[in-house]
Design a protein. Sequence first.
Length: 135
Amino acid sequence: MIRKLFFHGVVLLAILTMVGCNPDDSTGGGGGTPDVVAKYLGTWHVTDNKAKFNYDVTIERDVLYDTKVVMKNFAGLGSHVSGEVVGSAVVVDKQTVNGYSVEGTGSYSSNTLLKFSYLLSDGIDDEMRDATFTR
């Protein structure tokens, strides 16, 4: 009898443990934290006001960090920059891409609108740009 109760107790404990381990779709890297980068992911169509040309930027998850993204073709440079999601913004710390220095901030407005202000420098001229990302 005690052996049977012990067995049922162990089975119940195992079931409760597995139920507690179900993944939560609203979390990111598995640490129980919200997935803050999900709303930024995908391909965005960009209108760069200063350069007066359009291009696409694809934002992907950084596989090493829960709060970082990789933006391919940022500033139409054909390469990628990394950014960190902080609240409703993507912060691009100063980095060099294809001979240009870039840094700036993108403000998330909605699922279809992201506005970036960033500094682009070739080492001689500094150019402040405003770009509208839409999808």
